[in-house]
Design a protein around this ligand. Structure first.
Ligand code: ADP
Ligand code: MG
Length: 612
């Protein structure tokens, strides 16, 4: 503490440096503020130049409206802004900046150069500062717009400099900022130069989809679902990726609220909830979500970095986002009812009994030999099923009516157009496991085990929701001995299990009699099913709410009851499964979040074969 202990007001230089601690954390924060300023200045072209992970240089040049000489001098003062005037403005912020502290903060912890000219002015102005002090102001001939160079960040704050990470890490943060803003503003052209190399050049006037494709070329259109939902004054648009493309972290989650990139935890939680059973707990979906609402209903002035926002009605926002996601992914209620028609000439007549069993539930133990002698794909046009000549044959397309013409249509059954594929042809099963499908835009591999899990899960959940679980009596009731621990939980949850369709009675000791099973699982062995339920009940315990508990159990049980991973399937079984999967609400993953389908588009194939 200084010897003189009286209170005194800090000089601007010191105050700015303190404030800089909040606004400027690393080179990426500088880039963020400068891009925001350029966007607020209505720039249509923004050029970014980075050297040495931003330590040596972060520069942003724009063709926006520029500043007068006086404004340029004011812009580096603290609390100097052209964006708001008084309190009511703070309630409805339409610009990215408004706090008027970024330039003051940045210029206080770096070597700073600003050049700016308004289109109507003949001369521009150049302002040079270091550590918050103006060193030079002079007329300058410069293009209209503004360019800001920030060199040697934290040169006067050694403590901060120490916290900077490796060049690669800082660069990753810088790139993330670049991606975020470039994505949020497809109408604006962006150029990114790193260490004198032009690494990104994005044309102005793009649509979101074009910009997204430029920046995320690894995401094929087939991997994404469009989001478009409005409720109670909140509009949610954008794209979400299928669960199979999930990641271990949140870095590919982009949220924009009224055009402002933000990391609203409320929104990411709602997204999670939207994906719900589609993803394991530790996986995060790739999403690009734009939320638009009345600026008066969201508070962006929560944190100096403006990265966080607060909603005035968080509950409604949450609900809307969840619905938007579920609608995009699950296409709630968008599936047309399916009529399953056997493909003529395909069915071995003697198999009817077996087939019936396969149709009604799982096909756990049908291990029939063989790979199907399906013909090789016809024609060269991958995008449309070629009508087959003559009688439909094995491998004929499964298509929604109207989509294919000619004889193939005879063989087609109804499949929802909004299903994972509008049309598909089953090519066979490989490795005694995976089912290979040709779809309208590529190739899909289906894990029948996971697919069957999904089908059973949804069927069971639907029954549960409607409060009518169908139960099927066993021809021969089974007695099941359980280990004491398991017996204990089963006894405790006897009523619950009965409600779920288990015909279950105590038989003395740790033995139970099972005389009925939920119809979805009737092909499973009573013993394993009950043991599974016990194990789940024991681990899930009382930790969760009843609804969650139930769902979890059901998912687990469905998993076990589902077709065994290595059962070879007959063609009819596969077909049925494909049809059933297409009819589910969330066809892309099993209830545990594992993918049911892996899709490779013709485009990706063409890329791999060097055809494009
Ligand atoms: P804020 O953006 O919160 O207003 P800043 O410190 O980032 O605060 O900028 C201060 C002011 O300087 C802005 O309000 C704006 O008037 C002006 N300014 C900053 N950058 C630019 C730019 N690139 N083009 C035109 N004006 C700018
Ligand atoms: Mg600003």
């Amino acid at each position: 503490m200084p010897a003189d202990q009286s209170i005194h007001v800090l000089t601007d230089v010191v105050a700015n440096k303190i404030a800089a601690g909040e606004v400027v954390e690393r080179p990426a924060s500088v880039l963020k503020e400068l891009i925001e300023n350029a966007l607020d200045a209505a720039a249509t072209q923004i050029e970014i130049n980075l050297v040495c992970g931003g330590r040596t240089l972060v520069a942003v040049a724009d063709n926006g409206h520029g500043m007068s000489r006086d404004d340029a001098l004011l812009s580096v003062e603290r609390h100097a802004t052209s964006k708001i005037r008084d309190l009511p403005d703070l309630e409805r912020i339409g610009t990215l900046g408004f706090r008027g502290e970024a330039l003051a903060a940045i210029s206080s912890v770096a070597r700073f150069r600003l050049c700016t000219r308004r289109a109507a002015d003949l001369m521009g102005v150049e302002l040079i500062m270091a550590g918050g002090k103006i060193q030079e102001v002079r007329d300058a001939g410069c293009p209209s717009g503004t360019s800001v160079e920030v060199r040697h960040l934290f040169f006067n704050v050694p403590a901060r400099r120490k916290f900077l990470r490796s060049e690669q890490t800082e660069l990753a943060h810088l790139r993330q900022v670049f991606m975020t803003y470039a994505l949020a503003h497809p109408a604006v052209g962006f150029k990114l130069t790193i260490d004198s190399r032009l690494v990104e050049s994005l044309a102005p006037g793009a649509t979101f989809e074009e910009r997204r494709r430029d920046l995320f070329s690894f995401l094929a259109p087939a991997d994404l679902r469009a989001v478009n939902y409005t409720s109670g004054g909140l509009r949610v648009t954008g794209q979400v990726a299928l669960p199979a493309l999930s990641r271990a972290d949140r870095t590919e989650q982009y949220f924009f609220i009224n055009g402002r990139p933000t990391s609203a935890p409320l929104v990411s939680a709602a997204v999670r909830e939207g994906y719900h059973t589609l993803l394991p707990r530790d996986r995060y979906p790739i999403v690009f979500l734009f939320l638009e609402l009345d600026p008066a209903l969201v508070d962006v002035n929560v944190h100096p970095t403006k990265r966080e926002v607060r909603f005035y009605s968080p509950g409604a926002v949450r609900e809307t986002v969840i619905t938007a996601i579920r609608q995009a992914l699950a296409l709630d209620g968008a599936f047309v009812p399916q009529t399953v028609r056997p493909l003529p000439g395909k069915m071995p007549p003697a198999d009817d009994a077996l087939r019936g069993a396969a149709l009604s539930a799982g096909f756990p133990s049908l291990a029939l030999p063989g790979v199907f002698p399906y013909p090789a794909p016809r024609g060269t046009s991958p995008s449309r099923p070629a009508p087959s000549a003559g009688a439909p044959q094995p491998g004929a397309p499964v298509a929604p009516p109207g989509k294919s013409e000619g004889p193939a249509a005879t063989a087609s059954s109804q499949l929802a157009a909004s299903a994972p594929w509008a049309w598909c042809r089953i090519l066979g099963q490989i490795g005694n496991l995976y089912v290979v499908l040709e779809t309208e835009d590529g190739l899909a591999l289906m894990d029948p085990h996971a697919a069957h899990e999904r089908v059973l899960y949804e069927r069971f959940m639907a029954q549960l929701r409607q409060g009518r679980i169908e139960s099927q009596g066993l021809l021969v009731p089974e007695t099941v001995d359980l280990p004491p621990q398991d017996a204990l939980v089963v006894r405790r949850h006897l009523e619950l299990l009965k409600r779920l369709g288990f015909g279950l009675a105590e038989f003395g000791g740790d033995t139970f009699v099972v005389d009925a099973l939920p119809i979805c699982f009737q092909n499973a062995a009573a013993r394993t099913l009950l043991a599974d339920m016990a194990a789940i009940l024991a681990t899930v315990g009382e930790r969760r709410s009843a609804a969650n508990l139930l769902e979890e159990q059901v998912a687990q049980a469905a998993c076990r009851a589902a077709v065994k991973a290595h059962a070879t399937l007959r063609s009819e079984e596969i077909e049925e499964l494909v049809r059933q999967l297409a009819g589910t609400e969330m066809p892309y993953t099993c209830p545990h979040g594992r993918p049911t389908l892996i899709h490779t588009s013709f485009q990706e194939l063409a890329k791999k074969f060097g055809r494009v």
